[in-house]
Design a protein around this ligand. Structure first.
Ligand code: DGT
Ligand code: CA
Length: 572
């Protein structure tokens, strides 16, 4: 918990300094420190006790003192000082796509805009177009950005939801009267975004459990409280609902509260057709309860085989279950390697060796280090000379760590015409080439589609990364014709990525399923920028499962000598 707080304070400082127009390097120093603190594998309080804070990259004397202050007081005087000059609402405004520190500063100084609500009002009133360098188009962009910002706020990304749920479940599990406990709702179905968190408990003492739940440290408000259920808001304003049921109905309740609503409705209809009654307590034949304890028995009582939570969206799972044709979904344990990650060679925060060490801990057989390409200057893209040095480092690492194969690659920018950012002669020397779009998102659909198709046609491009470009809360998917693109992928044997980053999850569930139907192979990657990100793989796997993918549909479930990526193995 402390790590997240420290990282947040450092990021707030970085943004405040940026608004104040401070030196770029000071701003970056705080951002880097935030990233490095976050990715620490250990508890930072233990680190501080052992006097090892300075071992964290980017943390010197000054930041060490600041971390200590946050650990002991829960806040930082320096940030409180900065807040006197800059209203906190301005920081929130930076979360609106299209509003950077310079714009925020200008809006504040000229129009006294202090938060997103005022920003929206002024943009609607046409007051922003009068400022230097701004016009009607800027106003339109700001309003569109606010829409995205609001959408991002309405629902939580999957990782945040899971972290919050884990925090509650860990504490609730410690109560001695809790027999079983599970997340339910959209979180259990691993939907890419979650509105509120549902937790189901079986216990013989519901009132005691509910009382303890409402008294947990993270609870800010109790919205509703009854003998067997309660809803609360956390300190961050996230709603958590807990329900306590008897063990004999646990399966029925879990089924009901996992949803989706559409799945439930269809299930109840099916029960009626069979002359049965279904509710959150069980399946009944007349007055007699014939199932309720486990979900498996519930499904069986209705003549169905067990349906995994990720499939419960009424997207054909009943038909498949009745025919015995449900997919055997890919599991996190099937993943043998991660083929998209960055290192300190470009914009990552961990060295190649640190990435290797964490990947070995995860049990991977292979990874690809795929830093950005030369044109992407803001992300520290590598020029051709640097590529050579990087390759040598990878060779050294391969000698040092014999139990994992480290592939030399790059995430190569696809330019606005569909050309790749290195010449073929350079691409040819790589083990793996990932093509990705990083600019020109607003081009017409036909052009973006053509760009990606051209990249697929390059014989060295093995994978297209984050194929639709959407970024949670800040950027909609670009207008790309996936049907066309998947056709080209099939023709050229190019794999498509499911990017596991919670803000991306791109391809998403529906598009992944469509890729499979078009015969396109999928790779699930993390696109890690620090070693700690490698653990995000589970979110990409969740998307794949929601997309009905099996082990055989996902290339990086293969052992290294069976890896069938286009162009892999052509080089040394
Ligand atoms: P969310 O919270 O919007 O991300 O999505 P869910 O699926 O978690 O929805 P939520 O929290 O409103 O309800 C949890 C589950 O309870 C839902 O997945 C299915 C069940 N449920 C809720 N309302 C209804 C309903 O009106 N009819 C039926 N059949 N089931 C419902
Ligand atoms: Ca929910």
């Amino acid at each position: 918990m402390k790590k997240a707080l420290i990282a947040k304070i450092f990021r707030d400082i970085a943004e405040m300094l940026e608004i104040k127009g401070e030196n770029f390097f000071r701003v970056r120093a705080y951002e880097k420190a935030a990233q490095n603190v976050e990715s620490l594998p250990d508890d930072i309080e233990a680190f501080a006790k052992e006097d090892r804070l300075k071992d964290i990259p980017g943390v010197g004397k000054d930041l060490e003192e600041k971390i200590k202050e946050i650990i002991s007081t829960g806040k930082l005087k320096y940030l409180e000082e900065l807040k006197k000059d800059i209203p906190e609402g301005l920081l929130d405004m930076l979360n609106v796509p299209g509003v950077g520190p310079k714009t925020a500063k200008l809006l504040y100084e000229k129009l006294d805009i202090q938060d997103v609500v005022m920003l929206e009002r002024m943009a609607h009133a046409g007051k922003i177009r009068g400022l230097p360098g701004m016009g009607e188009k800027t106003e339109e962009n700001i309003l569109a950005g606010i829409e995205l910002f609001k959408k991002g706020r309405e629902r939580l990304d999957l990782k945040t939801a899971q972290d919050v749920a884990d925090g509650f479940i860990t504490r609730l599990k410690k109560l001695k009267d809790v027999k079983k406990i599970n997340p339910a709702g959209s979180l259990r179905r691993m939907k890419e975004s979650v509105k509120d968190i549902d937790i189901l408990i079986s216990s013989a003492k519901p009132e005691k459990i509910i009382q303890a739940f409402t008294e947990l440290e993270d609870v800010r408000d109790v919205i509703a409280k009854g003998p067997t259920k309660s809803s609360v808001l956390t300190k961050d304003g996230i709603q958590v609902d807990v329900r306590v049921v008897d063990g004999s109905s646990y399966g029925a309740a879990l089924l009901y509260f996992t949803g989706s609503k559409e799945h439930n409705i269809k299930l109840r209809r099916l029960a009626i057709k069979k002359g049965l009654k279904l509710n959150e307590y069980g399946v009944f034949k007349g007055e007699k309860m014939i199932a309720g304890k486990t979900e498996d028995r519930m499904y069986k009582a209705m003549g169905l085989s067990y349906i995994e939570p990720e499939l419960r969206e009424d997207r054909g799972e009943f038909e498949a279950s009745l025919k015995g044709e449900l997919p055997n979904l890919v599991n996190i344990g099937d993943i043998k390697g991660d083929l998209h990650m960055h290192s300190t060679w470009s914009d990552g925060g961990s060295s190649i060796e640190e990435m290797v060490i964490r990947s070995r801990e995860l049990g991977y057989e292979y990874i690809a280090i795929t830093d950005h390409s030369q044109g992407l200057k803001i992300a520290g893209g590598l020029n051709i000379r640097e590529l050579d040095l990087k390759r040598k480092e990878i060779e050294r690492m391969n000698k040092k760590y014999k139990d994992i194969k480290i592939l030399f690659g790059s995430e190569v920018d696809i330019d606005s015409d569909g050309n790749l950012d290195y010449p073929d002669s350079v691409l040819k020397e790589m083990d793996i080439v990932i093509g990705a779009i990083h600019a020109g998102f607003k081009q017409p659909g036909a052009i973006i589609t053509k760009r990606i198709i051209r990249a697929c046609q390059n014989k060295y491009v093995s994978i297209i990364a984050h194929p639709t470009g959407r970024l949670w809360g800040s950027r909609n998917a670009y207008d790309v014709d996936l049907e066309e693109v998947f056709k080209a992928a099939g023709d050229t044997n190019t794999a498509f990525e499911i990017n596991s980053f919670p803000q991306r999850l791109d391809l998403n569930d529906i598009n992944s399923r469509m890729a499979k139907a078009s015969g396109v192979k999928i790779v699930i990657n993390t696109d890690s920028h620090v070693a700690g990100h490698l653990d995000m793989m589970r979110f990409g796997v969740a998307v794949a499962r929601r997309g009905w993918l099996e082990k055989k549909d996902v290339l990086n479930t293969a052992a290294f000598d069976k890896l069938t990526l286009k162009n892999l193995g052509l080089t040394g």
